[in-house]
Design a protein around this ligand. Structure first.
Ligand code: MOS
Length: 672
């Protein structure tokens, strides 16, 4: 089945947030803070207001009315305090984008700067233990005696890995169009990963009942987490439109996106592993140091995958956070699992070398009976099968483990393996299905961020109803539709699909209409450890003279429940793996220690993989039957592809060169 919206997308007919034709449109361009910390003494808009086409200037000089408990990133112009460089401190509304932009340059902001601190370190005096880490895990966990486990170990690995600030770069920039009607209702066309959540958040901030706000996101050009919660431009569009009494459009520039739409926190991760003579873990400790802003506590769950992966009698995980003069970090594809598994799976490779055990075999020997952190039974777990199948397909058995010995001309060659994991969750969703002549209409406020959600939901409804997909029409991307959770956490399909199945079942029984709300069903789910697993294999070629790294082969083998659509699943897996390759070798946002804010704020400097960088990325899967998940038997697949890739590539670089780089990205200077 082809993507339902494929034709309108490739012919340019799919309407994205910034493209809705609204009569009387005006345009807003923000002014960003030039300092990283301090106070705004005054905002002088005189010159800007005199410029052509300018309708209004918004700033803290006349704070717009917002809810008092508003998220600090969205509480625009409420305070004179500056919390990071690039923060929105004012905005101009004008009759054209160019006039707004020109006038924004003419807004004069006087600051009283203070000394800033934007540098994360593992001995920062401001580090503290957060109460919980995202979404709601304990910060620290422990069982057994780590020190004793390390003392009795035949082999130990004690290492520190670092990962840089990383930025999501969805192709569609963050954009919002806000339109107020005469009854005081607000309509926002927004690039949101979830229309219901965005509506609720925007209404709360504006102090309005949710029914008075409507968010429409019919097509979204990628999100990866950057559009998972409303960003300042959505609130700004609403405020600006209210100020000028006309519709307002805001499209953030790529540079502004780097500043105000979130990023993956940098991490420093300390791992201590001990193993007995057979390679069985005696102790595993994983401590993650990370940052948040002064505005919001965002505590990434970086060490949590170590609670899931391997059997260890002594297991300790911990998170430490420091609040810096930086923007608030946020979700980026597999937040937590992705950087956490980079460190754990690199450390497991180091342990394999220390113990002289094949890295596939080492993982197999440490397979747990139940989830190590919680003791819960797994609903299904096929990591070992993925490792074995991957090893077979990749040709692992002929591998010489010795590092730095294979060479073809200038090129050193190596292979590496790492495991993948991601939680299989679902959240309550509503859905309605009705009969329309010979066809069926499914309504759910789901979002298709480019994953193919429309298509897979159509298939789910059609198969439950027992009709061909052509007879099913799915309406999504609008908060006026039945409430649904966000397209994130790899739980969109599981959440929306569950509600659609129940609604379709009801329609089949009454012949007319089905309405479902899965809240009770999900609350009654048995306590099980639900995760998808996978194994990734990488081949690298490292130029002995230049340090250039090429990745001729990546293979991922996944066990993620019942795969609902082969084409869409492959696309998610290889997309995640490609993004993981970017993390391994290219992606890095530099923080400007001197002035605050980020250096590298565009795609010329923030490098993401291009087609030529990924000659052969292959993803396959093992079909899993798991009745403990949801009516479809599916696990989420949007994020697991990026989990483990960077470790597999880093491990392959070590195998090729004999040189262990513990600091991403692995760029040529770190090799030579
Ligand atoms: Mo994704 S980081 O769960 O939107």
């Amino acid at each position: 089945m082809n993507r339902i919206e494929g034709r309108v997308k490739v012919t340019g007919l799919a309407t994205y947030a910034a493209e809705y034709p609204v009569a009387g449109m005006t345009y807003c361009f923000p002014v960003q803070s030039a300092i990283a910390r301090g106070r705004i003494v005054g905002v002088d808009a005189t010159r800007a207001l005199a410029m052509p086409g300018v309708l209004a200037v918004l700033s803290c000089e006349e704070p717009p009315k917002l809810a008092e408990d508003a998220d600090g990133e969205l509480a625009l112009f409420q305070s004179r305090e500056v919390c990071y460089r690039g923060q929105l401190v004012a905005a101009v509304v004008a009759d054209s984008f160019d006039n707004a932009r020109a006038a924004a340059d003419a807004v004069s902001v006087e600051y009283e700067p203070a000394v800033h601190d934007v540098t994360l370190s593992a001995d920062h005096p401001g580090l503290y233990r957060p109460e919980v880490v995202n979404p709601n895990f304990p910060s620290d966990t422990g069982k057994g005696d780590v020190e004793a486990g390390l003392a009795e170990a035949a082999y130990t690995v004690e290492v520190t890995y670092t990962t840089p600030v990383l930025h999501n770069n969805p192709m569609e920039p963050h954009a919002s169009v806000a339109v107020w009607d005469e009854e005081g209702r607000l309509l926002i066309y927004d690039t949101a990963q979830g229309a219901s959540w965005a509506r609720n958040a925007i209404a709360a901030i504006l102090g309005m009942p949710a029914e008075q706000v409507r968010v429409v996101s019919r097509h979204v050009g990628g999100g990866f987490g950057a559009k998972g919660t409303p960003r300042p431009q959505a609130v700004l569009a609403a405020l600006a439109a209210r100020a000028v009494g006309r519709p307002v459009k805001i499209v953030l520039t790529r540079q502004q996106m780097f500043d105000v739409t979130g990023y993956r926190t940098p991490t420093i991760q300390r791992l201590r592993l001990g193993a007995d003579a057979d390679g069985r873990l005696t102790a595993l400790e994983h401590v993650a140091y990370e940052q948040s802003s002064r505005l919001v506590e965002f505590a990434e769950q970086t060490a949590t995958p170590s609670r899931v992966m391997y059997a260890a009698p002594a297991l300790r995980t911990a998170h430490r956070l420091v609040r810096l003069d930086v923007a608030t970090p946020s979700w980026m594809r597999a937040p937590g699992e992705c950087p956490g598994m980079y460190a754990l799976e690199s450390a497991m490779d180091e342990l394999a070398y220390a113990a002289g055990i094949d890295p596939v075999e080492l993982r197999v020997r440490n397979e747990p009976e139940t989830e190590p952190g919680s003791g819960l039974p797994f609903s299904s777990r096929n990591l070992v099968a993925c490792l074995r199948e991957g090893a077979r397909r990749f040709g692992w058995e002929t591998r010489d483990p010795a590092p730095g010995v294979r060479r073809e001309g200038e090129w050193l060659i190596g292979t590496g393996v790492a495991a993948s994991t991601y939680p299989a969750r679902r959240m309550p969703s509503k859905a309605v299905v009705t009969v329309q002549g010979d066809d069926f209409l499914v309504k759910v406020a789901a979002t298709d961020i480019g994953t193919g959600a429309r298509t897979v939901l159509t298939k789910i409804a059609a198969s439950t109803l027992g009709v061909v997909p052509d007879r099913v029409h799915v309406e999504l991307g609008d908060s006026d539709l039945p409430d649904a959770p966000v397209a994130g956490g790899s739980m969109g399909t599981a959440s929306w699909g569950s509600a659609i199945v129940r609604a379709c079942e009801e329609l089949k029984s009454n012949g007319k209409e089905g309405r479902a709300d899965t809240a009770e069903e999900i609350a009654a789910d048995a306590r099980l450890a639900r995760h998808a697993f996978g194994a990734q294999f990488a081949e690298v070629r490292v130029n002995a003279f230049t340090g250039e790294i090429r990745v001729p082969r990546l293979l991922g083998v996944f066990a993620a429940g019942h795969i609902l659509d082969d084409t869409l699943a492959r696309s998610q897996f290889i997309g995640g793996m490609t993004m993981g390759l970017g993390m391994a070798l290219m992606e890095e946002t530099l923080t400007d220690a001197e002035f605050g804010g980020f250096l590298r704020r565009d795609l010329a400097q923030y490098h993401v993989p291009a087609c030529a960088d990924v000659p052969l990325v292959e993803a396959v899967w093992l079909e899993e039957q798991d009745a403990g998940l949801n009516p479809m038997g599916s696990k989420g697949i949007g994020e697991i592809g990026i989990v483990g890739t960077a470790a597999a590539i880093g491990n392959a670089v070590y195998h090729a060169t004999g040189h262990r780089v513990r600091d991403l990205p692995i760029t040529p200077p770190k090799i030579l």
